[in-house]
Design a protein around this ligand. Structure first.
Ligand code: FES
Ligand SMILES: [Fe+2]
Length: 367
């Protein structure tokens, strides 16, 4: 039985199963896992996918289900150009999904195989990930052009990058509000190299509305965070911008003179009740210092792992359908998220969506 929490603004927060946002791009998997002539599987928004890379380099994503009798196409074969179903050998061109061959047909049949299509989703490669456009049930795939494929902001040709991923046993709404939650830091992420619980102090942050999201405006980042102190060695002002945009994206850009760090974090619904966090990061800070990539991976992985462990524990509690609450000011971004999401669900037309923030606003909390 799904539970519902109503926040003060009257926005309903759904229980174990979240309402999903269709008609947008979601990361399915890292393209480094796509091997020539091999098929890979992923799940997005409760849709099983089979992915691969054609011999011309293009990546594709099809529904992992043969249109003939529904066996997963991932059990079949892929020669770099066509996916062959292992049951009756129908062959499909994987980017369009078009059936190219039905081996059982004879000259007595009048069936034109090429009029049959397996479901193929728009699929693009960016920042080492296969992004898949998931249209709403029954809406076709025409909308994909209307929404840009997400891409990490980079500020020069030379940079290092790192990727992280973690499965979260809670629905996408809990994953996202956990991601934007400022108050858990001193408790979940306490570590000698980051910050300690004793360093809690009052913060004031300025937010402003952006299309389908909000921005925490540029400012000098928390002086009590060790990584930011490290950046400070360049002796120039450090500016940070953190944006959240629907359906699931947090981008953080830190710039200090010509040095920069950029990350794109997404929380993607795998099913209605589970999600996955993916972090794509790039930077040119300390470009010439060896070991920076492994060090960043170590700290980043530990950081994400701390969130993951907390959400595994939270999921234990959520199984019993508790009623929940969102408080001011620390949960205000979560309230905005739910309001933005509701506006998007009510109308796909961004211009018609009522924005929950009507101008710059300051929030105060202790963290
Ligand atoms: S089930 Fe795929 S070809 Fe028959
Ligand atoms: Fe966190």
């Amino acid at each position: 039985m799904p539970f519902v929490t109503t926040s003060e603004s009257g926005v309903q927060i759904q229980g174990p199963t979240a309402t999903l946002i269709y008609d947008d791009w979601y990361p399915a998997l890292r393209t480094a896992t796509l091997r020539p002539g091999k098929l890979a599987t992923a799940m997005l928004l409760d849709i099983p996918l089979v992915l691969g890379r054609r011999s011309d380099g293009r990546v594709f994503a099809m529904r992992d289900s043969c249109p003939h009798r529904g066996i997963p196409l991932s059990y079949g074969w892929f020669d770099g150009n066509r996916v062959t179903c292992r049951y009756h050998g129908w062959e499909f061109e994987p980017c369009s999904g078009r059936c190219e061959l039905i081996p059982s047909l004879t000259t007595h049949d009048h069936l034109d195989a090429t009029r049959i299509f397996a479901t193929a989703f728009p699929c693009e490669e960016r920042d080492g990930h296969a992004w898949v456009y998931i249209p709403g049930p029954g809406s076709g795939k025409k909308g994909s052009a209307a929404r840009e494929v997400p891409e990490l902001a980079k500020f020069g040709p030379r940079y290092r990058c790192a990727f992280l991923t973690a499965d979260l046993p809670c629905n996408v709404d809990h994953g996202i509000i956990g991601l934007m939650d400022p108050a858990h830091g001193p408790f979940v992420h306490q570590a000698w190299w980051w910050r300690s619980r004793a360093s809690i102090r009052e913060k004031t942050k300025r937010f402003e509305p952006i299309p389908e999201g909000f921005r925490m405006s540029a400012h000098a980042p928390s002086g009590n965070s060790a990584p930011y102190k490290l950046l400070g060695v360049y002796g120039q002002p450090v500016e940070t911008t953190i944006d959240f945009t629907l359906p699931n994206r947090r981008t953080e850009i830190i710039r200090c003179g010509d040095k920069w760090f950029s990350s794109l974090t997404t929380v993607t619904p795998v099913t209605g009740s589970t999600c996955r966090i993916d972090v794509i990061a790039a930077w040119n800070v300390f470009y010439h210092v060896p070991l920076v990539t492994p060090i960043a991976k170590f700290f980043g992985a530990r950081f994400v792992r701390q969130d993951q462990v907390t959400m595994i524990q939270q999921a234990e509690g959520l199984r019993h359908n508790p009623s929940l609450m969102l408080i001011d000011n620390a949960d205000k971004p979560a309230k905005w998220y739910f309001a933005l999401k509701q506006a998007r669900l009510d109308s796909a037309d961004a211009a018609a969506q009522k924005h929950p923030i009507d101008g710059p606003v300051e929030l105060h909390w202790r963290s």
